[in-house]
Design a protein around this ligand. Structure first.
Ligand SMILES: C[S@@+](CC[C@H](N)C(=O)[O-])C[C@H]1O[C@@H](n2cnc3c(N)ncnc32)[C@H](O)[C@@H]1O
Length: 273
């Protein structure tokens, strides 16, 4: 299956929204408030918005009128985003939303004319270096801040530890970096690539950790994440299948008993023009 064929399910986005909100780095919003636009308000482009979680989290934390332009290539997710709009702003100002069916790898500076902020969540690791480079140039040319949140870092810790953790983790990371018809995906290298790319163009970049912390209270997401993590590892290394099957059962028993804890590394980065 190619990366192009993979669609993100609304159920998965729904499951992760609260955990994402708890993981996001609030300090970066503090920095963003210092560069808030004057009374004309915010024009925010959210790239690969999915069902719109970034706006629902960020809009109430910013003051002033906000116009959000939500981009995704999945029309069904855009419809969900349009049906559950964010706001109001922190000071009660109006928040409006427009959706655009877009391939975010094809956006240029012209698409961001007048933007005061470009955001994305859980996107960078899905891109190739060439796609990220185009995006970095488009954002830099737009001359506004950029908040790219929740990019995976490849740092995963499960407690209690299991002898198979490292092998599954390495196979999963290799799967994230797999070759696709578009090129090799960045996977866990995305954060470093983005930081270098923006800094090379002279921007200031602030990076903060935003890990998921999954335990008994997040067991629905934990179980879904675990299944996807192990499946991707086995797709990458089919010879893992037998051991991974026993591993999956062990881990699910631990999750059901409420004794499994998982930290999934992510990072948020704020780019100041
Ligand atoms: C993991 S989801 C994240 C969704 C949302 N940002 C969030 O944090 O809940 C990745 C999203 O990227 C979108 N996507 C991936 N590649 C894209 C592309 N080239 N152009 C537009 N959307 C894309 C998918 O449709 C999906 O909605």
């Amino acid at each position: 299956m190619t990366a192009e064929a993979i669609r993100v399910s609304p159920g998965w986005l729904d499951l992760r929204e609260a955990v994402d909100a708890a993981a996001r780095a609030p300090e970066l919003v503090g920095r963003l408030r210092h560069v808030a636009p004057a009374e004309s308000g915010w024009l925010i482009h959210d790239l690969a918005c999915g069902s719109g979680a970034m706006g629902r989290w960020l809009a109430p934390l910013l003051s002033g009128p906000q116009r959000w332009v939500l981009h995704d290539r999945d029309a069904d997710l855009l419809a969900l985003a349009a049906a559950d709009v964010p706001g109001p702003a922190a000071d009660g100002a109006e928040v409006s939303v427009e959706t655009r069916l877009s391939d975010v790898t094809r956006l240029g500076a012209g698409h961001f004319a007048g933007a005061t902020l470009v955001t994305a969540s859980a996107l960078l690791d899905l891109l190739t270096w060439d796609e990220l480079d185009v995006l970095i140039h488009a954002c830099t040319a737009a001359g506004c801040p950029v908040l790219f949140a929740l990019s995976v870092t490849g740092r995963v810790q499960l407690l209690p530890a299991d002898p198979l953790d490292a092998r599954i983790s390495a196979a999963f990371d290799a799967h994230q970096r797999r070759l696709t018809p578009r090129g090799r995906l960045l996977g866990p290298d995305a954060v470093e690539a983005a930081v270098e790319g923006f800094r090379r163009l002279g921007a200031e970049v602030v990076v903060r950790p935003s890990p998921w912390r999954l335990g008994a209270a997040q067991s629905d997401l934990l179980v879904e994440w675990l299944a996807g993590w192990v499946d991707a590892a086995c797709e990458q290394e089919p010879e893992l299948a037998r051991d991974a099957d026993l591993y999956r059962r062990r881990r699910l028993r631990e999750a059901e008993a409420g004794v499994l804890g998982v930290t999934v590394g992510h990072a948020d980065l704020l780019v100041l023009a």
